[in-house]
Design a protein. Structure first.
Length: 300
């Protein structure tokens, strides 16, 4: 295949459009390649090789996927109805493990794959002198009594800590008690397994089918719902982005995770149902109907 070269000075919006047309239907690849060239041009500007980056402003050609907020629970009650289905005493252990991961993501904003790194560690009695030495899952209260957990981020995420608000702390207490009875020797806090994304999707699909809810996605059910609640509490998008480990100053919150129709403030959501106990209290109930080894056909 003969290579075609173009001088940087001659690149225009039409040139970029022509390149995307040439790469179609691989438009995602076109976006990535244009991004790489743009990065090189940005370096060249800093190095004094060229005067400006001709690709600094360009369109995105790949089809935009469904925004996470479109596959997110509408309110606290919907969140807990799904979790109650997964935590039901009659549910198989695999469903409860999926429910635990999804609940923790909704309560903390972690990506669906990030709870798998957390170890089942006892809380520290005193704040650590050096937080860099903590393992993922390490728990401690700071000097004003706020509970924090060390986490491991995916996708080069920043901020290796999450803050556990009262609802998250209440869930974690119930979850650790359930693990102590069900998986006493398991070292991980959320031992879902390596195929967690598939399991989470199947668990949400099963819950939606049983409850008559629309399709939820793990990122929407957890991360996007966390954004919904934090916005309801009055937090700005840049602050929420920092809590999620992002470095985009709120751009991804506005474009992916946050619903443009969200009310900022108003205390509309708080992770807890209005008129009944949290779904994770079901974890304390004894199972009566099925054994752990009997899984729904969906999981066979």
């Amino acid at each position: 295949m003969k290579a075609i070269t173009t001088r940087l000075a001659t690149i225009t919006a039409s040139t970029v459009e022509d390149f995307a047309g040439h790469r179609a239907p691989a438009l995602r690849a076109a976006d990535l390649e244009l991004g790489s060239v743009s990065s090189l041009c940005a370096w060249a500007v800093l190095a004094g090789r060229i005067e400006k980056n001709p690709l600094a402003i360009r369109p995105t050609f790949a089809k935009v996927k469904t925004h996470c907020h479109e596959a997110c629970p509408d309110d606290d009650e919907t969140l807990h109805r799904v979790l109650a289905y997964l935590f039901d005493p009659a549910s198989a252990t695999i469903l409860k493990l999926a429910g635990g991961t999804l609940a923790f993501c909704a309560l903390t904003g972690l990506r669906p794959g990030e709870p798998a790194f957390l170890l089942r560690l006892p809380p520290l009695v005193e704040p650590p002198p050096n937080t860099r030495q903590l393992e993922p899952g390490g728990l401690f209260r700071d000097r004003v009594g706020v509970l924090h957990m060390k986490v491991q981020r995916l996708k080069h995420g920043q901020n290796p800590f999450i803050t556990l608000h009262p609802a998250a702390e209440n869930f974690l207490s119930a979850w650790r008690a359930w693990l102590a009875v069900t998986l006493a020797d398991e070292p991980r806090l959320f031992p879902l397994g390596t195929d967690d994304q598939t399991t989470l999707n199947r668990a949400l699909n099963a819950a939606s089918a049983a409850l008559g809810f629309p399709h939820f996605k793990p990122h929407g059910f957890g991360r996007a719902f966390y954004v919904k609640v934090r916005r309801s509490q009055g937090a700005d998008d840049a602050t929420i982005a920092g809590e999620l480990g992002q470095t985009t100053n709120g751009e991804l919150i506005r474009s992916v995770y946050g619903d443009p129709q969200d009310l900022i403030g108003g205390q509309m959501f708080d992770w807890l149902p209005e008129d009944h106990a949290p779904a994770w209290e079901l974890l304390a109930a004894r199972r009566h109907h099925v054994e752990d080894e009997i899984r729904p056909k969906l999981f066979l």
